[in-house]
Design a protein around this ligand. Sequence first.
Ligand code: SF4
Length: 230
Amino acid sequence: MVRLPEPDVARDFSRRLRRWFRQHGRDLPWRRTRDPYHVLVSELMLQQTQVSRVIDYYHRFLARFPSLTRLAESPEGHVLEAWSGLGYYARARNLHALARTVTRDGGSALPADPVALRALPGVGAYTAGAVASFAFESRAELVDTNVARVLARVFAPRLAPKRPRDLSQLWRIAEAVLPPRGSTAWTHNQALMELGALVCTARIRHCTRCPVRRLCRTRIAELASMDVTR
Ligand code: SF4
């Protein structure tokens, strides 16, 4: 079992992260909404696809299918047509199936509870956490590839995010560093993902401009080894 960050370290980490995000976070359309359907569409489109490509698709898709109900009423072929060019069409099929599942019994809204969200087609643990946090401002943790990488580098460099057992430890860390209020957790989660996309990326680590470098075990170990070899 990995040792979880102490509460004061968790608070410091989150504060630094949120402060940085307020200055450097990108102004993205799905960050301006709390509409669960819009958030879900953005999250599914962002899986495997870059932000710059998603923005146009996101606007066009929502103009064509402005609600979950309208999406459910549309033929699958129309949904795939609107998705055409984004790739990974299982996402579009799942989204359509999800809309039909939610509206089948007269519903028109997504559930707020991550457990209920996970029962819907195509919704995994990350997407359920993202919709709960980004749409409903629930205190819900979320771990995608970027978040797993950042949390491992900062708190547990020995964990390998691709190993399922290690990934479950990273989910525990994600929960441990999450602020208690849902609205603050919204910023925290967005900031964590943004850090993984802009600063602590898979290809390069911009440690000198990273807001959490003083707490980061990877960075601290690196500096210590440089001192030793000098
Ligand atoms: S200090 Fe470096 S390794 Fe640590 S989180 Fe920041 S960018 Fe990543």
